[in-house]
Design a protein around this ligand. Structure first.
Ligand SMILES: Cc1ncc(C[n+]2csc(CCOP(=O)(O)OP(=O)(O)O)c2C)c(N)n1
Length: 311
């Protein structure tokens, strides 16, 4: 499969957008305008490549590191930034914050501070798509830690039994975390190296791949998403990633890898790269100004938009 230049530049631009947005959040944290956020940095190739196969009506269930997933799914940057800053103009009126942010307009449903919590929910979206007889799919993102949760394993089982139109996308950052900890882990939480080794036990296809090569992720994710759209059931994909800092100096930085590749192929020039980056920086600056200038929610709003059993 050979990707056209426009598609390649789109993938690159989405990755740059995610990193630029997260760096904007970092700045607001430094300025004391935003509290704690779990960053997605290093996973950009996965979100960008997976979402490149999705339409607005498809859904994603996200993690405690949701910003990349939402941005790639097309969530509104201004309202996202306002949500992260806890403002009334946010996608969730400032009540979700970074850990429970969603944008239902684009099917970016359910970031979740509960590790593994969004996985059964994503199966619910898939079941709804199946019952409504649409060809929409849902994506369930989760980490290798979450993969050990009971609810995640039960969901994998049911999704395979019911041939749900969904793709499980495990972003495995464990090699990086072990390095960051700087010592041998005495009590590891996984006895296997590849999460996808579990797929045959559930009766679904599974594959593991590096997650920093956006074109490879695009190819693998595309096959799984098409299979789900055809009604042939779910797939368990694992992408190995490295959680990184803001800079693009790591050899595993997906943005750096792709920029070098696109430049070598003559698709990206220094001038075009500067143009893409300054356009994305302007959008992020606009989102930051919007968030900072927006009002806080009213105290009385704490009692609206909540589910009260029996009410
Ligand atoms: C149910 C639950 N248990 C524990 C936590 C605390 N916690 C937050 S992040 C995290 C690690 C999750 O690991 P993984 O799913 O691999 O995601 P990663 O942070 O590595 O991207 C834990 C245990 C939580 N938020 N929810």
């Amino acid at each position: 499969m050979k990707l056209g230049d426009d598609k390649r530049l789109d993938l690159y631009r989405v990755m740059v957008r995610i990193r630029t947005f997260e760096n904007g959040v970092r700045q607001l944290i430094n300025d004391g305008k935003v509290g704690y956020v779990s960053f997605y940095t290093g996973g950009e190739a996965v979100a960008a490549a997976v979402s490149a196969h999705l339409v607005k009506e498809d859904q994603i269930g996200s993690t405690h590191r949701p910003l990349g997933h939402l941005i790639a799914k097309g969530a509104d940057l201004k309202r996202m930034m306002a949500e992260i800053a806890g403002k009334a103009t946010g996608t969730n009126k400032g009540k979700g914050g970074a850990y429970h942010i969603f944008d239902k307009e684009v099917g970016a449903l359910g970031a979740n501070g509960i590790v593994g919590g969004s996985v059964p929910m994503a199966a619910g979206y898939a079941l709804a798509n199946q019952l409504k007889d649409t060809d929409n799919v849902s994506i369930s993102y989760f980490g290798e830690g979450a993969s050990n949760q009971g609810g995640v394993q039960e969901t994998l089982n049911l999704a395979a039994c019911w041939k749900l139109p969904m793709v499980f996308v495990c972003e495995n950052s464990s090699p990086e975390e072990q390095t960051m900890l700087g010592h041998k882990i005495d009590y590891p939480q996984l006895s296997i190296t590849d999460i996808s080794q579990r797929a045959p036990a559930y009766g679904m296809p599974g594959e593991s791949h590096p997650g920093w090569d956006v074109e490879e992720v695009y190819k693998i994710a595309g096959e799984a998403i098409q299979r789900a759209r055809r009604g042939e059931g779910p797939t368990l994909l694992e992408f190995k990633i490295h959680r990184l800092n803001a800079d693009e100096d790591s050899p595993h930085c997906p943005i750096k890898c792709y920029r070098d590749k696109l430049m070598m192929d003559g698709v990206l020039s220094k001038e075009l790269d500067d143009k893409i980056r300054s356009e994305e920086a302007a959008k992020v600056k606009e989102a930051m100004d919007f968030a900072v200038g927006s009002p806080e929610p009213e105290l009385v709003d704490a009692y609206s938009d909540i589910f009260v059993e029996g009410a």
